[in-house]
Design a binder for this molecule. Structure first.
Ligand code: G3H
Ligand code: 13P
Ligand code: ZN
Length: 350
């Protein structure tokens, strides 16, 4: 099957009541880890590249590696997604290259640091929707601002400073016509999300549940959703790493989200920890080795293992063969004739 739109995957996930992990990639080994995990667990999946990843790899390399993944694993339905696009131009360049989905993160200004105004966010996100939908490409937006900074992207802070306002979320969905909406509910990017196991005072699942009840036809997205498991932290530290004690988003909270409209779950840090732990282990135990394959192979295996586990926990495992790819041209028709319109006023009337 061809590389599919993210909207098709999220619509299927909504029908089946499961969530879909969206995993970040920067290189060949990470793409192989994800596609092999998806193939072995029979999962649909979202493979995403940040602006930093596109710059690091030279995005033509990433693009062709993803085409290779599609050629070698034609049974795995996956979407090729731009993570945290900072401007119309970033999203347009991804779409023009062949990405089937983009995130316009208008919660921040183009510098990727300063919180945007609501009107500024609506305007740039709507512009991306107007470019993407006639091409059958999916659009994710964000309302509210996550905590933390990754690779220069992010407003910093704890994640509680700019929580999503539910009324604004509804107005945002109505005025932009986007497909999926990322919420700020207390999570942050990176390894340092919470200083203890999070409870409702810092991880606002109640807010997410409220927004889903007000916006039942919009696919919700949880960013900053690595679980930062203790066993992966321990491997890094056992072999010379210096991670400080930290907590991520517990899988059971993500599963509660999935019961309440969350269809896309963004995970990068867990993959990074798995890779780093495996490489540190080889360097420590076999310092005489210098062939990159000696440490990249276990690194790829370690990432594959954590990705496959998340696929099972999010419920996407077993659903890879459920559906036939809808070509982007067909998706474009669905947007044009209103079938794929999820604006709250129209979706409620249907
Ligand atoms: O949004 C955060 C992802 O973990 C991507 O991070 O911008 O360092 O590639 P990055
Ligand atoms: P983590 O840092 O929790 O893995 O979040 C990744 C993310 O949200 C990518 O957009
Ligand atoms: Zn994110």
């Amino acid at each position: 099957m061809p590389i599919v739109s993210m909207r098709q995957i999220l619509d299927e996930a909504a029908k089946g009541g499961y969530g879909v992990g969206a995993f970040n990639v920067n290189n060949m080994e990470q793409i192989q880890a994800i596609i092999e995990a998806a193939s072995e667990t029979n999962s649909p999946v979202v493979i995403q590249a940040s602006r930093g990843a596109r710059a690091y790899s030279n995005d033509r390399f990433l693009y062709h590696l993803l085409l290779a993944a599609n050629e070698l694993y034609p049974n795995v339905p996956f979407a090729m997604h731009q993570d945290h696009g900072n401007s119309f131009e970033t999203c347009k360049s991804a779409i023009d290259m062949g990405f089937t989905s983009v995130m316009m993160d208008g919660s921040l200004k183009e510098d990727g640091k300063t919180p945007n105004t609501f009107e500024g966010n609506v305007e740039v996100t709507r512009r991306v929707v107007e470019y993407a939908h006639p091409r059958g490409v999916t659009v994710e937006g964000e309302i509210g601002v996550l905590g933390g900074v990754e690779d220069g992207h992010g407003a910093g802070g704890s994640g509680l400073e700019h929580l999503t306002d539910p009324d604004q979320a509804v107005e945002f969905a109505e005025r932009t016509g986007l497909d999926a909406l990322a919420l700020a509910i207390g999570t942050s990017h990176g390894a340092y999300k919470f200083s203890r196991k999070p409870d409702g005072s810092v991880l606002k699942m109640d807010l997410l549940i409220r927004i889903h009840s007000m916006l039942p036809h919009t696919h919700l997205v949880m960013h900053g959703s690595s679980s930062v498991p203790k066993d992966l932290q321990d491997i890094v530290n056992q072999y010379g790493g210096k991670l400080k004690p930290t907590w991520g988003v517990p899988v059971e909270e993500i599963q509660l989200g999935i019961k309440n409209g969350v269809r896309k779950i963004n995970v990068d840090t867990d993959s990074r920890l798995a890779i780093t732990g495996a490489i540190r282990k080889v360097f420590t135990e076999s310092p005489e080795k210098f062939d990159p394959r000696d440490y990249l192979k276990p690194a790829r295996e370690a990432m594959k293992k954590v990705v496959a586990l998340r696929m099972t926990e999010f419920g996407q495992a077993g659903h890879g063969k459920d559906y036939k790819a809808i070509p982007l041209a067909e998706m474009a028709k669905g947007y044009a004739d209103g079938r794929l319109d999820t604006r709250p006023s129209l979706a409620a009337a249907r």
